[in-house]
Design a protein around this ligand. Structure first.
Ligand code: SAH
Ligand code: DHB
Ligand code: MG
Length: 224
């Protein structure tokens, strides 16, 4: 597969550093999360600190009490989202890899939010089928070819007004490639088509640059 990716502009990461320095503050808990992930050999594909804060703010803006995450990895985004919950709130995060889930559970316990968070191990499509709603916030960030399945399950489990956020939907512009044989691009384009055809969703996508290079998020609200 030929990847048309250009070198990232170094200013993207520099500006992320500026944002972190001015607005994010120090976070020893999340520094320990990333250290434990690295020690455990997990891939370095968590949301960035600035993106994590964005997820935290979106969940708070939504007043989320029940959050469903698809794709836990080491729990970096899980912790950002769970910190947005009130004491009575709950977050369920789905992860296929038992080692990722074990590292995440350690990180979640260190963050002091284990009482609010449950990590369920297994293929997310199978786990989702066993869940009951309602949830009021969804963060979809697992295997990209399954994104339409995850969207359909989120719609089934959503209360009216629920928020759906999907990571990695721009893929350095490869989302434009209608003839791509990359299943992640095919899955992402299918996700855009499914959202476009779904009258219950009011949606946009926001492109991002930074330490995660050029990518973006779908943001949607379930209106029906
Ligand atoms: N949300 C995390 C990053 C998730 S990376 C963060 O920002 O911190 C994607 C994760 O999805 C990986 O841990 C991977 O093991 C998991 N995953 C991949 N396929 C999956 C599937 N079919 N079901 C559940 N999880 C899956
Ligand atoms: C990958 C997955 C992600 O969720 C992400 O944010 C970045 C990269 C990946 O599979 O390469
Ligand atoms: Mg991601």
């Amino acid at each position: 597969m030929v990847e048309r990716t250009e070198a990232p502009d170094p200013r993207w990461a520099e500006v992320d550093g500026y944002i972190a320095d001015r607005l994010l503050g120090t976070d020893e808990t999340q520094a320990a999360t990333l250290a434990a992930n690295a020690a455990g050999g997990l891939p370095d594909i968590d949301v960035s600190p600035a993106q994590g804060r964005m997820l935290h703010l979106l969940a708070r803006m939504a007043g989320a009490r029940r959050i469903l995450e698809v794709g836990t990895l080491g729990g970096y985004s899980t912790i950002e989202l769970a910190r947005a919950l009130p004491a009575v709130g709950r977050l369920v995060s789905l992860e296929i890899d038992p080692h990722h889930a074990a590292v995440a559970r350690g990180n979640i316990a260190r963050a002091g939010i284990a009482d609010r968070v449950e990590v369920l191990v297994g293929p997310a499509a199978e786990t989702l089928a066993t869940l009951d709603g309602p949830f009021d916030f969804f963060f979809i960030d697992a295997d990209k070819p399954s994104n339409v399945t995850y969207l359909r399950e989120a719609l089934r489990l959503a209360r009216p007004g629920a928020t759906i956020v999907v990571d990695n939907v721009i893929r350095e512009g490869r989302v434009l490639d209608a003839s791509s044989d990359d299943s992640r691009v095919v899955g992402t384009r299918a996700l855009f088509n499914a959202i476009a055809a779904e009258p219950r969703l009011t949606a946009t996508a926001v492109q991002t640059v930074g330490v995660k290079k050029w990518d973006g998020f779908v943001l949607a609200i379930v209106t029906g």
